[in-house]
Design a protein around this ligand. Structure first.
Ligand SMILES: CC(C)(COP(=O)(O)OP(=O)(O)OC[C@H]1O[C@@H](n2cnc3c(N)ncnc32)[C@H](O)[C@@H]1OP(=O)(O)O)[C@@H](O)C(=O)NCCC(=O)NCCS
Length: 174
């Protein structure tokens, strides 16, 4: 059972520990401007620079943080950008990411004006893209030169989930 709560400054060190190297930092945060090694001050400055971003933590039963993501409502309010999706390396591959993203979509579509959720995923991150597809996202445009990492361009694909094709998840027993 996964629950969501707002990111707090006290979560920063744990979150930073989940980002295990420079490539993992780009995979997670894209062109957000973070530099390796990631530090709490970078996160604080990032959050302060745009209060329209909602940073959320996924916590397991017992309250242990297991995941993180961000939602940002894009003007004029019909679409929400999902980003900075991350699950603790210790619990990956056990369904946490899926459960967290189902809850994230519930939070995004809770606002009636929101008609779609979109995101960007590097083409090399095929596992994440397949997870998004299983949640109903469809692949759109691929930007071949999205981010330059160590002399190589990483292409990125936009994925979109319209409200009309979103299938809300209802946890068993509810
Ligand atoms: C992507 C991520 C959030 C998925 O979280 P997770 O808890 O491992 O995902 P789940 O256990 O819910 O996996 C859901 C499904 O996706 C598959 N999957 C997830 N990540 C995968 C990967 N890297 N490679 C292959 N398959 C993957 C799982 O096999 C699983 O498939 P199944 O439902 O058929 O069993 C996690 O791997 C992560 O934090 N990665 C690093 C950061 C990142 O890539 N973020 C996304 C940026 S767009």
């Amino acid at each position: 059972m996964i629950e969501l709560r707002a990111f707090e400054p006290a979560d920063a060190e744990e979150l930073i520990a989940w980002v295990t190297g420079p490539e993992a930092l780009v995979t997670w945060s894209g062109n957000s401007g973070f530099t390796w090694p990631l530090r709490a001050e970078q996160l604080a400055a990032f959050h302060a620079s745009d209060p329209s971003r909602r940073a959320l933590m996924a916590v397991a039963a017992g309250g242990a943080p297991v995941g993180h993501f961000m939602l940002r409502t894009e003007p004029p309010g019909r679409s929400v950008r999902l980003g900075m999706v991350l699950v603790s390396p210790e619990v990956r591959g056990r369904g946490v990411g899926r459960a967290m993203l189902e809850a994230a979509l519930g939070a995004a579509f809770a606002e009636p004006a929101v008609q779609e959720v979109n995101l960007g995923v590097y083409t090399r991150n095929e596992g994440a893209a397949r997870l998004y597809e299983r949640l109903g996202f469809r692949r759109g445009h691929t930007e071949p030169r999205a981010t330059r990492v160590g002399g190589e361009w990483w292409p990125s694909t936009t994925m979109t989930l319209p409200r009309a094709t979103w299938r809300p998840h209802r946890p068993a027993g509810r």
